[in-house]
Design a protein around this ligand. Structure first.
Ligand code: ZN
Length: 230
């Protein structure tokens, strides 16, 4: 097991009264891990996260879980806008779309599964509230992106993923389902793309990106039903 380090970031404040009920995943989106860690600990940057996971799986805690780390920025989920107040944020080292988007190494994902499983158990966070930064800020963010292994996490009981649906569900209204799941519908196309990046990542970069394809409709309908039932 790689080391569990502690380095502190000054970029946090008090949580307030909201319960912790979201786990939010990010990529660092910088050329190197060192540069990303320096930025997350720089008081001038005003950004942070609770945890930072390097490519080799080494976990560094930057902010105590009972503090409000500054990772989501302007965001929205299921009626709430102060996403930092109610979430735990984890940054995964990856250059991101800007600097050479790469697959997430197995050791990094194993460490995330171990950490994420402990966090979701501690706060009883439901599977459909383990989210991408792009889910809560679809017009601004792409991270952790379509290479992130959501299906692998779901196989470990962490998050929700429905990979095998192909039939459209008659009568499904995509925007209603996305709204019910929690997405900001200011731009439906942005919301659809963010949904696909998380739940149908193989559609990113195809003609179906941002479109109500049969698979997108069916997957949104299934997740909406799951959220309704939970
Ligand atoms: Zn992010």
């Amino acid at each position: 097991m790689p080391s569990h380090r502690q380095t502190s970031s000054p970029n946090f404040d008090d949580r307030g009264v909201a319960p912790i009920d979201l786990l939010l995943l990010h990529y660092t989106g910088m050329p190197t891990a060192e540069a990303a860690l320096a930025r997350l600990c720089d008081p001038a940057s005003k950004v942070s996260a609770h945890y930072f996971i390097d490519l080799d799986g080494a976990v560094t805690q930057l902010v105590e879980e009972n503090r409000r780390a500054w990772h989501a920025g302007a965001a929205f989920w299921a009626g709430a806008r102060d996403i930092n107040a109610r979430s735990i944020g984890i940054e995964l080292v990856n250059p991101g779309h800007e600097w050479g988007y790469a697959d997430f190494p197995a050791a990094q994902i194993e460490a995330l599964i171990e950490l994420g499983t402990a966090i979701t158990a501690r706060y009883d966070i439901p599977a459909a509230r383990i989210l991408a930064h792009s889910d809560v800020a679809p017009a601004r963010r792409q991270d952790p992106g379509e290479r992130f292994p959501w299906a692998r996490l779901a196989a470990e009981g962490l998050g929700w993923f429905e990979g095998a649906l192909t039939d459209a569900v008659p009568g499904s209204a995509l925007h209603e389902d996305l709204g019910h799941i929690g997405y900001d519908l200011t731009s439906v196309e942005d919301a659809v793309t963010a949904f696909q990046r998380h739940y149908c990542p193989h559609l990113i970069g195809t003609q179906s990106q941002g479109k109500a394809s049969a698979e997108t409709l069916a997957t949104a309908r299934a997740l909406s039903a799951h959220v309704r039932a939970s």
